[in-house]
Ligand binder design. Structure first.
Ligand SMILES: NC(=O)C1=CN([C@@H]2O[C@H](COP(=O)(O)OP(=O)(O)OC[C@H]3O[C@@H](n4cnc5c(N)ncnc54)[C@H](OP(=O)(O)O)[C@@H]3O)[C@@H](O)[C@H]2O)[C@H](O)CC1
Ligand SMILES: [K+]
Length: 506
Protein backbone atom coordinates (compact mmCIF):
# COMPACT_ATOMS: atom_id res chain seq x y z
CA UNK A 1 0.00 0.00 0.00
CA UNK A 2 2.43 2.66 1.16
CA UNK A 3 5.34 0.30 1.37
CA UNK A 4 8.77 1.54 0.35
CA UNK A 5 11.49 -0.84 -0.83
CA UNK A 6 15.26 -0.52 -1.00
CA UNK A 7 17.17 -1.03 -4.24
CA UNK A 8 18.35 -4.43 -2.98
CA UNK A 9 14.80 -5.53 -2.24
CA UNK A 10 13.60 -4.32 -5.68
CA UNK A 11 16.40 -6.31 -7.34
CA UNK A 12 15.35 -9.43 -5.42
CA UNK A 13 11.69 -8.99 -6.36
CA UNK A 14 12.61 -8.28 -10.00
CA UNK A 15 14.85 -11.35 -10.25
CA UNK A 16 12.21 -13.66 -8.78
CA UNK A 17 9.42 -12.26 -10.96
CA UNK A 18 11.53 -12.34 -14.15
CA UNK A 19 12.43 -15.99 -13.58
CA UNK A 20 8.73 -16.85 -14.00
CA UNK A 21 8.07 -14.61 -17.02
CA UNK A 22 9.14 -14.56 -20.69
CA UNK A 23 12.13 -12.25 -21.36
CA UNK A 24 11.19 -8.63 -21.73
CA UNK A 25 7.76 -8.91 -20.08
CA UNK A 26 8.43 -6.45 -17.26
CA UNK A 27 10.20 -3.99 -19.52
CA UNK A 28 7.29 -4.04 -21.97
CA UNK A 29 4.89 -3.43 -19.10
CA UNK A 30 7.08 -0.57 -17.86
CA UNK A 31 7.08 0.90 -21.38
CA UNK A 32 3.28 0.66 -21.59
CA UNK A 33 2.74 2.36 -18.22
CA UNK A 34 5.24 5.07 -19.12
CA UNK A 35 3.52 5.67 -22.48
CA UNK A 36 0.15 6.02 -20.69
CA UNK A 37 1.50 8.65 -18.29
CA UNK A 38 3.38 10.43 -21.09
CA UNK A 39 0.15 10.62 -23.13
CA UNK A 40 -1.74 12.07 -20.21
CA UNK A 41 0.98 14.69 -19.65
CA UNK A 42 0.93 15.53 -23.37
CA UNK A 43 -2.84 15.88 -23.32
CA UNK A 44 -2.52 18.82 -20.94
CA UNK A 45 0.19 20.49 -23.04
CA UNK A 46 -0.99 23.55 -24.96
CA UNK A 47 1.58 23.12 -27.74
CA UNK A 48 0.21 22.42 -31.18
CA UNK A 49 3.12 20.30 -32.41
CA UNK A 50 3.85 17.98 -29.51
CA UNK A 51 7.45 16.86 -29.74
CA UNK A 52 8.83 14.44 -27.16
CA UNK A 53 12.50 14.05 -26.33
CA UNK A 54 13.52 10.68 -24.85
CA UNK A 55 16.93 10.21 -23.23
CA UNK A 56 17.82 6.52 -23.20
CA UNK A 57 20.72 5.13 -21.17
CA UNK A 58 22.82 2.00 -21.73
CA UNK A 59 21.02 -0.28 -19.25
CA UNK A 60 17.50 -1.46 -18.56
CA UNK A 61 16.31 2.03 -17.62
CA UNK A 62 17.13 2.95 -21.20
CA UNK A 63 15.27 -0.21 -22.30
CA UNK A 64 12.12 0.99 -20.52
CA UNK A 65 12.48 4.34 -22.26
CA UNK A 66 12.83 2.75 -25.71
CA UNK A 67 9.79 0.50 -25.16
CA UNK A 68 7.83 3.64 -24.31
CA UNK A 69 9.28 5.62 -27.24
CA UNK A 70 8.15 2.95 -29.72
CA UNK A 71 4.59 3.02 -28.35
CA UNK A 72 4.45 6.82 -28.56
CA UNK A 73 5.86 6.82 -32.09
CA UNK A 74 3.39 4.09 -33.13
CA UNK A 75 0.54 6.30 -32.00
CA UNK A 76 1.71 9.12 -34.24
CA UNK A 77 3.59 11.26 -31.73
CA UNK A 78 6.82 12.89 -32.86
CA UNK A 79 9.51 11.24 -30.73
CA UNK A 80 13.24 12.01 -30.78
CA UNK A 81 15.60 9.71 -28.93
CA UNK A 82 19.10 10.53 -27.76
CA UNK A 83 21.10 7.46 -26.81
CA UNK A 84 23.13 8.56 -23.83
CA UNK A 85 25.56 5.74 -24.37
CA UNK A 86 26.08 4.03 -27.68
CA UNK A 87 27.73 1.04 -26.02
CA UNK A 88 26.60 -2.26 -27.49
CA UNK A 89 28.79 -4.55 -25.39
CA UNK A 90 27.42 -5.94 -22.09
CA UNK A 91 23.99 -4.57 -22.85
CA UNK A 92 21.29 -6.42 -20.88
CA UNK A 93 19.28 -8.73 -23.15
CA UNK A 94 15.93 -6.98 -22.58
CA UNK A 95 17.46 -3.59 -23.31
CA UNK A 96 19.07 -5.01 -26.49
CA UNK A 97 15.70 -6.32 -27.67
CA UNK A 98 14.04 -2.97 -26.90
CA UNK A 99 16.70 -1.22 -28.99
CA UNK A 100 16.16 -3.60 -31.93
CA UNK A 101 12.45 -2.82 -31.84
CA UNK A 102 13.12 0.91 -31.65
CA UNK A 103 15.42 0.85 -34.68
CA UNK A 104 12.52 -0.43 -36.78
CA UNK A 105 10.08 2.22 -35.51
CA UNK A 106 9.33 5.79 -36.65
CA UNK A 107 11.53 7.29 -33.93
CA UNK A 108 13.84 10.13 -34.94
CA UNK A 109 17.38 9.51 -33.63
CA UNK A 110 19.41 12.44 -32.36
CA UNK A 111 23.08 12.35 -33.31
CA UNK A 112 24.88 10.84 -30.36
CA UNK A 113 28.31 11.18 -31.97
CA UNK A 114 28.64 14.97 -32.37
CA UNK A 115 27.20 15.65 -28.95
CA UNK A 116 28.05 19.35 -28.65
CA UNK A 117 26.09 20.16 -31.83
CA UNK A 118 23.25 17.93 -30.67
CA UNK A 119 23.12 19.64 -27.25
CA UNK A 120 22.89 23.06 -28.91
CA UNK A 121 20.05 21.88 -31.14
CA UNK A 122 18.20 20.28 -28.18
CA UNK A 123 18.29 23.61 -26.35
CA UNK A 124 16.71 25.45 -29.28
CA UNK A 125 13.73 23.15 -29.69
CA UNK A 126 10.40 23.57 -27.99
CA UNK A 127 9.75 20.18 -26.38
CA UNK A 128 6.30 19.31 -25.06
CA UNK A 129 7.77 16.59 -22.84
CA UNK A 130 11.18 15.18 -21.96
CA UNK A 131 11.47 11.60 -20.74
CA UNK A 132 14.47 10.68 -18.63
CA UNK A 133 15.38 7.05 -19.17
CA UNK A 134 19.12 7.51 -18.68
CA UNK A 135 19.79 5.73 -15.39
CA UNK A 136 17.61 4.08 -12.78
CA UNK A 137 18.61 1.98 -9.81
CA UNK A 138 21.79 0.85 -11.58
CA UNK A 139 23.59 4.20 -11.37
CA UNK A 140 26.90 3.67 -9.65
CA UNK A 141 28.80 6.95 -9.82
CA UNK A 142 28.23 10.67 -10.20
CA UNK A 143 27.13 11.95 -13.59
CA UNK A 144 30.18 13.60 -15.09
CA UNK A 145 31.30 15.01 -18.45
CA UNK A 146 28.67 15.05 -21.19
CA UNK A 147 26.07 13.36 -18.98
CA UNK A 148 26.43 16.15 -16.47
CA UNK A 149 26.09 18.75 -19.27
CA UNK A 150 23.02 17.02 -20.64
CA UNK A 151 21.28 16.97 -17.23
CA UNK A 152 22.06 20.68 -16.81
CA UNK A 153 20.37 21.36 -20.16
CA UNK A 154 17.36 19.19 -19.31
CA UNK A 155 16.96 20.91 -15.94
CA UNK A 156 16.75 24.26 -17.70
CA UNK A 157 13.72 23.19 -19.78
CA UNK A 158 10.31 24.57 -18.83
CA UNK A 159 8.28 21.60 -20.11
CA UNK A 160 7.21 18.59 -17.97
CA UNK A 161 10.02 16.13 -17.34
CA UNK A 162 9.04 12.54 -16.72
CA UNK A 163 11.67 10.40 -14.99
CA UNK A 164 11.41 6.64 -15.43
CA UNK A 165 11.88 4.72 -12.19
CA UNK A 166 14.25 7.26 -10.60
CA UNK A 167 15.44 10.70 -11.75
CA UNK A 168 18.89 10.02 -13.23
CA UNK A 169 21.57 10.91 -10.71
CA UNK A 170 19.42 10.37 -7.60
CA UNK A 171 20.08 7.53 -5.18
CA UNK A 172 16.74 5.75 -4.72
CA UNK A 173 17.72 4.48 -1.26
CA UNK A 174 18.94 7.69 0.34
CA UNK A 175 17.41 10.61 -1.57
CA UNK A 176 20.89 12.01 -2.05
CA UNK A 177 22.43 12.97 -5.39
CA UNK A 178 24.97 10.29 -6.32
CA UNK A 179 28.39 11.90 -5.82
CA UNK A 180 27.08 14.51 -3.36
CA UNK A 181 27.78 17.78 -5.17
CA UNK A 182 27.07 16.31 -8.57
CA UNK A 183 23.84 16.60 -10.51
CA UNK A 184 20.54 14.77 -10.96
CA UNK A 185 17.53 15.30 -13.19
CA UNK A 186 14.86 17.54 -11.68
CA UNK A 187 11.71 15.83 -12.88
CA UNK A 188 8.19 17.15 -12.61
CA UNK A 189 6.91 13.56 -12.51
CA UNK A 190 8.50 10.21 -11.69
CA UNK A 191 6.97 6.89 -12.68
CA UNK A 192 8.64 4.37 -10.44
CA UNK A 193 8.48 0.64 -11.18
CA UNK A 194 7.57 -2.44 -9.16
CA UNK A 195 7.34 -0.51 -5.86
CA UNK A 196 7.90 2.92 -4.39
CA UNK A 197 11.35 3.81 -3.08
CA UNK A 198 12.45 5.84 -0.03
CA UNK A 199 14.90 8.09 -1.86
CA UNK A 200 12.09 9.64 -3.90
CA UNK A 201 10.52 11.07 -0.75
CA UNK A 202 13.26 12.37 1.52
CA UNK A 203 16.36 14.58 1.39
CA UNK A 204 16.80 15.89 -2.14
CA UNK A 205 14.32 13.29 -3.42
CA UNK A 206 11.20 15.44 -3.30
CA UNK A 207 12.81 18.24 -5.31
CA UNK A 208 14.10 15.83 -7.94
CA UNK A 209 11.23 13.36 -8.25
CA UNK A 210 8.28 15.76 -8.44
CA UNK A 211 4.94 13.97 -8.40
CA UNK A 212 5.58 10.25 -7.82
CA UNK A 213 3.47 7.58 -9.56
CA UNK A 214 3.95 3.88 -8.89
CA UNK A 215 3.52 1.17 -11.54
CA UNK A 216 3.64 -2.27 -9.93
CA UNK A 217 3.98 -3.91 -13.39
CA UNK A 218 1.53 -6.55 -12.12
CA UNK A 219 4.29 -8.23 -10.17
CA UNK A 220 2.61 -10.74 -7.89
CA UNK A 221 2.57 -9.87 -4.18
CA UNK A 222 4.16 -13.25 -3.39
CA UNK A 223 7.50 -11.93 -4.64
CA UNK A 224 7.49 -9.01 -2.19
CA UNK A 225 9.35 -9.53 1.09
CA UNK A 226 8.07 -7.87 4.27
CA UNK A 227 9.23 -4.27 4.52
CA UNK A 228 10.02 -2.05 7.48
CA UNK A 229 9.64 1.22 5.62
CA UNK A 230 6.45 3.08 4.65
CA UNK A 231 5.14 6.46 3.57
CA UNK A 232 3.17 8.13 6.33
CA UNK A 233 -0.64 8.11 6.05
CA UNK A 234 -3.41 8.42 8.67
CA UNK A 235 -3.95 4.66 8.34
CA UNK A 236 -0.74 4.15 10.29
CA UNK A 237 -2.18 5.92 13.34
CA UNK A 238 -5.91 5.52 12.60
CA UNK A 239 -6.52 3.21 15.52
CA UNK A 240 -6.05 6.14 17.94
CA UNK A 241 -8.35 8.56 16.12
CA UNK A 242 -11.30 8.14 18.47
CA UNK A 243 -14.27 10.42 19.13
CA UNK A 244 -14.41 11.70 22.70
CA UNK A 245 -16.89 10.37 25.23
CA UNK A 246 -19.24 12.87 26.84
CA UNK A 247 -18.44 11.73 30.35
CA UNK A 248 -14.87 13.01 30.40
CA UNK A 249 -13.02 15.99 31.90
CA UNK A 250 -9.78 17.87 31.29
CA UNK A 251 -7.84 15.33 33.31
CA UNK A 252 -8.94 12.65 30.83
CA UNK A 253 -6.84 14.33 28.12
CA UNK A 254 -3.61 14.68 30.00
CA UNK A 255 -1.37 17.34 31.49
CA UNK A 256 1.61 18.43 29.46
CA UNK A 257 4.52 20.58 30.61
CA UNK A 258 6.82 22.40 28.20
CA UNK A 259 10.17 22.97 29.87
CA UNK A 260 12.36 25.68 28.38
CA UNK A 261 12.07 29.41 28.08
CA UNK A 262 15.56 30.61 29.00
CA UNK A 263 16.08 34.35 28.86
CA UNK A 264 15.48 35.76 25.37
CA UNK A 265 13.68 32.60 24.20
CA UNK A 266 10.40 32.99 26.03
CA UNK A 267 8.21 32.55 22.96
CA UNK A 268 9.20 28.95 22.23
CA UNK A 269 7.39 27.28 25.19
CA UNK A 270 4.28 29.38 24.48
CA UNK A 271 4.20 28.17 20.87
CA UNK A 272 4.60 24.56 22.03
CA UNK A 273 2.00 24.88 24.81
CA UNK A 274 -0.56 26.50 22.50
CA UNK A 275 0.04 23.78 19.93
CA UNK A 276 -0.49 21.16 22.66
CA UNK A 277 -3.88 22.66 23.53
CA UNK A 278 -4.90 22.85 19.88
CA UNK A 279 -3.97 19.16 19.58
CA UNK A 280 -6.25 18.26 22.46
CA UNK A 281 -4.18 18.23 25.66
CA UNK A 282 -6.36 18.80 28.73
CA UNK A 283 -3.92 21.14 30.50
CA UNK A 284 -0.72 22.81 29.32
CA UNK A 285 2.01 24.35 31.47
CA UNK A 286 4.82 26.49 30.12
CA UNK A 287 7.68 26.01 32.57
CA UNK A 288 10.46 28.61 32.48
CA UNK A 289 13.98 28.24 33.81
CA UNK A 290 13.72 31.81 35.08
CA UNK A 291 11.12 34.58 35.29
CA UNK A 292 8.00 33.08 33.73
CA UNK A 293 5.47 35.59 32.45
CA UNK A 294 2.34 35.69 34.62
CA UNK A 295 0.08 34.85 31.69
CA UNK A 296 -0.21 35.12 27.92
CA UNK A 297 -3.04 37.46 26.89
CA UNK A 298 -3.32 35.72 23.49
CA UNK A 299 -3.63 32.25 25.03
CA UNK A 300 -4.67 32.72 28.65
CA UNK A 301 -5.38 28.96 28.78
CA UNK A 302 -1.63 28.29 29.12
CA UNK A 303 -0.40 28.18 32.73
CA UNK A 304 3.06 29.50 33.50
CA UNK A 305 5.38 28.11 36.15
CA UNK A 306 8.97 28.62 37.29
CA UNK A 307 11.09 25.52 36.85
CA UNK A 308 12.13 25.32 40.52
CA UNK A 309 8.42 24.78 41.36
CA UNK A 310 7.97 22.10 38.72
CA UNK A 311 7.77 18.56 40.13
CA UNK A 312 7.66 16.43 36.93
CA UNK A 313 4.17 15.22 37.83
CA UNK A 314 2.75 16.15 34.39
CA UNK A 315 1.83 13.19 32.19
CA UNK A 316 4.30 14.26 29.52
CA UNK A 317 7.24 16.65 29.58
CA UNK A 318 8.46 18.34 26.43
CA UNK A 319 11.94 19.62 27.14
CA UNK A 320 13.89 21.84 24.78
CA UNK A 321 11.92 24.75 23.31
CA UNK A 322 14.01 27.83 24.12
CA UNK A 323 15.86 25.84 26.81
CA UNK A 324 19.38 27.16 26.19
CA UNK A 325 22.43 25.17 27.20
CA UNK A 326 23.17 26.49 30.69
CA UNK A 327 24.16 24.14 33.55
CA UNK A 328 20.68 24.68 35.01
CA UNK A 329 19.14 23.55 31.73
CA UNK A 330 21.40 20.47 31.93
CA UNK A 331 20.10 19.68 35.44
CA UNK A 332 16.49 19.80 34.27
CA UNK A 333 17.35 17.59 31.33
CA UNK A 334 18.93 15.05 33.70
CA UNK A 335 15.77 15.13 35.86
CA UNK A 336 13.50 14.70 32.84
CA UNK A 337 15.50 11.71 31.67
CA UNK A 338 15.41 10.18 35.16
CA UNK A 339 11.72 11.03 35.74
CA UNK A 340 10.47 7.76 34.29
CA UNK A 341 7.71 9.77 32.58
CA UNK A 342 6.96 9.96 28.84
CA UNK A 343 8.89 12.84 27.31
CA UNK A 344 9.71 14.64 24.09
CA UNK A 345 13.27 15.89 23.71
CA UNK A 346 13.77 18.80 21.34
CA UNK A 347 16.18 21.58 20.37
CA UNK A 348 18.71 22.49 23.10
CA UNK A 349 17.81 19.39 25.11
CA UNK A 350 19.37 17.45 22.22
CA UNK A 351 22.36 19.77 22.01
CA UNK A 352 23.09 19.33 25.73
CA UNK A 353 22.67 15.58 25.37
CA UNK A 354 25.11 15.41 22.47
CA UNK A 355 27.86 16.92 24.66
CA UNK A 356 27.27 14.75 27.71
CA UNK A 357 28.10 11.01 27.58
CA UNK A 358 26.76 10.40 31.12
CA UNK A 359 23.36 11.79 30.15
CA UNK A 360 23.44 9.75 26.96
CA UNK A 361 24.00 6.64 29.00
CA UNK A 362 21.11 7.37 31.36
CA UNK A 363 18.95 8.21 28.34
CA UNK A 364 19.55 4.82 26.75
CA UNK A 365 18.50 3.20 30.04
CA UNK A 366 15.13 4.98 30.12
CA UNK A 367 12.08 2.74 30.07
CA UNK A 368 9.47 5.47 29.61
CA UNK A 369 8.28 6.39 26.08
CA UNK A 370 10.70 8.89 24.53
CA UNK A 371 10.56 10.90 21.34
CA UNK A 372 13.50 12.95 20.05
CA UNK A 373 12.89 15.56 17.37
CA UNK A 374 16.28 16.58 15.92
CA UNK A 375 16.82 18.62 12.78
CA UNK A 376 19.79 17.40 10.71
CA UNK A 377 22.39 19.47 12.60
CA UNK A 378 21.11 18.31 16.00
CA UNK A 379 21.09 14.73 14.70
CA UNK A 380 24.66 15.22 13.48
CA UNK A 381 25.78 16.45 16.90
CA UNK A 382 24.15 13.43 18.56
CA UNK A 383 26.02 11.16 16.15
CA UNK A 384 29.28 13.06 16.49
CA UNK A 385 29.27 13.85 12.76
CA UNK A 386 28.36 16.78 10.53
CA UNK A 387 25.02 17.54 8.91
CA UNK A 388 26.31 16.58 5.44
CA UNK A 389 26.83 13.07 6.84
CA UNK A 390 23.26 12.95 8.12
CA UNK A 391 21.79 14.28 4.88
CA UNK A 392 23.83 11.88 2.75
CA UNK A 393 21.80 9.00 4.22
CA UNK A 394 18.96 10.25 6.38
CA UNK A 395 17.44 6.79 6.87
CA UNK A 396 20.68 5.43 8.22
CA UNK A 397 21.12 8.42 10.56
CA UNK A 398 17.55 8.19 11.90
CA UNK A 399 17.72 4.43 12.40
CA UNK A 400 21.09 4.64 14.13
CA UNK A 401 19.83 7.26 16.59
CA UNK A 402 16.64 5.30 17.32
CA UNK A 403 18.66 2.23 18.18
CA UNK A 404 21.35 4.11 20.09
CA UNK A 405 18.91 6.05 22.29
CA UNK A 406 16.08 3.51 22.39
CA UNK A 407 13.73 6.34 21.38
CA UNK A 408 11.39 7.25 18.56
CA UNK A 409 13.38 9.63 16.36
CA UNK A 410 11.74 12.34 14.29
CA UNK A 411 14.47 13.48 11.90
CA UNK A 412 13.12 16.73 10.50
CA UNK A 413 13.76 18.10 7.03
CA UNK A 414 12.29 17.55 3.58
CA UNK A 415 10.62 14.14 3.94
CA UNK A 416 10.76 14.03 7.75
CA UNK A 417 11.59 10.53 9.01
CA UNK A 418 10.09 8.77 11.98
CA UNK A 419 12.27 5.85 13.11
CA UNK A 420 11.56 3.37 15.89
CA UNK A 421 14.14 1.47 17.96
CA UNK A 422 12.81 -1.82 16.53
CA UNK A 423 13.82 -0.77 13.00
CA UNK A 424 10.64 0.67 11.50
CA UNK A 425 10.98 3.79 9.35
CA UNK A 426 8.20 6.03 8.09
CA UNK A 427 8.76 8.91 5.66
CA UNK A 428 6.33 11.79 5.87
CA UNK A 429 5.01 13.08 2.55
CA UNK A 430 3.17 16.16 3.87
CA UNK A 431 4.72 19.58 4.45
CA UNK A 432 6.48 22.16 2.34
CA UNK A 433 9.33 24.69 2.56
CA UNK A 434 6.99 27.10 4.38
CA UNK A 435 7.87 25.07 7.49
CA UNK A 436 11.45 26.32 7.26
CA UNK A 437 10.79 29.14 9.68
CA UNK A 438 11.30 29.91 13.37
CA UNK A 439 9.15 28.09 15.89
CA UNK A 440 7.72 25.33 13.73
CA UNK A 441 9.83 22.78 15.64
CA UNK A 442 8.38 24.00 18.96
CA UNK A 443 4.88 23.51 17.52
CA UNK A 444 5.74 19.97 16.41
CA UNK A 445 7.13 18.97 19.79
CA UNK A 446 4.04 20.41 21.53
CA UNK A 447 1.72 18.50 19.20
CA UNK A 448 3.62 15.24 19.70
CA UNK A 449 3.58 15.62 23.48
CA UNK A 450 -0.14 16.46 23.46
CA UNK A 451 -1.05 13.22 21.71
CA UNK A 452 1.14 11.25 24.15
CA UNK A 453 -0.59 13.03 27.04
CA UNK A 454 -3.88 11.76 25.61
CA UNK A 455 -2.62 8.20 25.86
CA UNK A 456 -1.21 7.67 22.37
CA UNK A 457 1.94 5.52 22.17
CA UNK A 458 5.08 7.49 21.26
CA UNK A 459 5.28 5.93 17.78
CA UNK A 460 1.74 6.75 16.67
CA UNK A 461 1.88 10.17 18.39
CA UNK A 462 4.99 11.05 16.39
CA UNK A 463 3.48 9.78 13.13
CA UNK A 464 0.25 11.71 13.63
CA UNK A 465 1.93 14.93 14.78
CA UNK A 466 4.34 14.93 11.85
CA UNK A 467 1.56 14.19 9.36
CA UNK A 468 -0.83 16.84 10.76
CA UNK A 469 1.94 19.47 11.09
CA UNK A 470 2.94 19.01 7.44
CA UNK A 471 -0.63 18.80 6.18
CA UNK A 472 -1.52 22.01 8.04
CA UNK A 473 1.33 23.74 6.21
CA UNK A 474 0.03 22.33 2.91
CA UNK A 475 -3.45 23.71 3.61
CA UNK A 476 -1.93 27.12 4.44
CA UNK A 477 0.12 27.00 1.24
CA UNK A 478 -3.03 26.40 -0.81
CA UNK A 479 -4.97 29.14 0.91
CA UNK A 480 -2.16 31.69 0.55
CA UNK A 481 -1.15 30.79 -3.02
CA UNK A 482 2.31 29.81 -1.84
CA UNK A 483 4.35 28.74 1.12
CA UNK A 484 6.30 31.97 1.69
CA UNK A 485 5.58 33.61 5.03
CA UNK A 486 3.81 30.79 6.87
CA UNK A 487 4.33 31.46 10.57
CA UNK A 488 4.64 28.81 13.27
CA UNK A 489 1.62 30.04 15.21
CA UNK A 490 -0.69 29.41 12.24
CA UNK A 491 0.03 25.71 12.06
CA UNK A 492 -1.67 24.27 15.14
CA UNK A 493 -5.11 25.82 14.50
CA UNK A 494 -5.11 24.20 11.05
CA UNK A 495 -3.85 20.94 12.50
CA UNK A 496 -6.75 20.99 14.98
CA UNK A 497 -9.21 21.16 12.09
CA UNK A 498 -7.46 18.30 10.30
CA UNK A 499 -7.34 16.14 13.43
CA UNK A 500 -11.07 16.61 14.07
CA UNK A 501 -11.77 15.90 10.41
CA UNK A 502 -9.79 12.63 10.58
CA UNK A 503 -11.70 11.59 13.71
CA UNK A 504 -15.01 12.46 12.05
CA UNK A 505 -14.39 10.53 8.83
CA UNK A 506 -13.20 7.38 10.55
N1 LIG B 1 14.99 -5.92 -16.02
C1 LIG B 1 13.74 -5.55 -16.28
O1 LIG B 1 12.98 -6.24 -16.91
C2 LIG B 1 13.25 -4.31 -15.74
C3 LIG B 1 14.08 -3.27 -15.39
N2 LIG B 1 13.61 -2.07 -15.05
C4 LIG B 1 14.44 -0.93 -15.12
O2 LIG B 1 15.79 -1.31 -14.99
C5 LIG B 1 16.48 -0.36 -14.26
C6 LIG B 1 17.72 -0.95 -13.72
O3 LIG B 1 18.45 -1.38 -14.81
P1 LIG B 1 20.02 -1.59 -14.82
O4 LIG B 1 20.40 -2.01 -16.17
O5 LIG B 1 20.38 -2.51 -13.74
O6 LIG B 1 20.57 -0.18 -14.42
P2 LIG B 1 20.41 1.25 -15.10
O7 LIG B 1 19.71 1.19 -16.39
O8 LIG B 1 19.88 2.13 -14.06
O9 LIG B 1 21.89 1.72 -15.34
C7 LIG B 1 22.91 0.78 -15.52
C8 LIG B 1 23.81 1.19 -16.63
O10 LIG B 1 24.35 2.45 -16.38
C9 LIG B 1 25.77 2.38 -16.40
N3 LIG B 1 26.24 3.35 -15.42
C10 LIG B 1 26.06 3.32 -14.08
N4 LIG B 1 26.53 4.45 -13.52
C11 LIG B 1 27.02 5.21 -14.54
C12 LIG B 1 27.64 6.50 -14.62
N5 LIG B 1 27.86 7.24 -13.54
N6 LIG B 1 27.99 6.96 -15.83
C13 LIG B 1 27.80 6.22 -16.92
N7 LIG B 1 27.22 5.00 -16.93
C14 LIG B 1 26.84 4.52 -15.75
C15 LIG B 1 26.10 0.97 -16.10
O11 LIG B 1 27.32 0.70 -16.68
P3 LIG B 1 28.36 -0.36 -16.02
O12 LIG B 1 29.48 -0.42 -16.98
O13 LIG B 1 28.72 0.22 -14.70
O14 LIG B 1 27.61 -1.65 -15.87
C16 LIG B 1 24.94 0.23 -16.76
O15 LIG B 1 25.19 0.10 -18.12
C17 LIG B 1 15.47 0.11 -13.27
O16 LIG B 1 15.80 1.36 -12.72
C18 LIG B 1 14.21 0.15 -14.10
O17 LIG B 1 14.10 1.36 -14.81
C19 LIG B 1 12.19 -1.89 -14.76
O18 LIG B 1 12.02 -2.10 -13.41
C20 LIG B 1 11.34 -2.79 -15.60
C21 LIG B 1 11.78 -4.21 -15.57
K1 LIG C 1 15.70 7.67 -15.04
Amino acid sequence: MNALYSINAIRTIERAALADLPTGTLMQRAGREAAKLAMSLLSSSTQIKKEVLVLAGPGNNGGDALEMAVLLADSGISVSVLLVSNRKKNQPEEARQARQKAVKSAIHWEDALSLQTTFESLKRRNWALVVDGMFGIGLKEALTGNRNKLVRIVNSFQCPILALDVPSGLNADTGNVVGNDSIAVRATHTLTFIADKPGLHTGKGRDHAGEVHVASLDVDKKYFPATDCWLNTPELFGHFLKPRLHDTHKGSYGRIAILGGAEGMGGAPVLAARAALYTGAGLAYAVYLKNPPSYDPVSPEVMFRAAHRFDFSADVTVIGPGLGQSPVAGNYLARTIASGKPAVFDADALNILSENPALQFSFSERNAPSVMTPHPLEAARLLGRDSAFVQSDRLNAGRTLAEQFNAVIVLKGSGTLVCSPDGKTVINPTGNPGLATAGTGDVLSGMTGALMAQGWPAWEAALAAVWLHGKAADVLEKERHGCVGITAGEIAPKARFLLNELIEIR
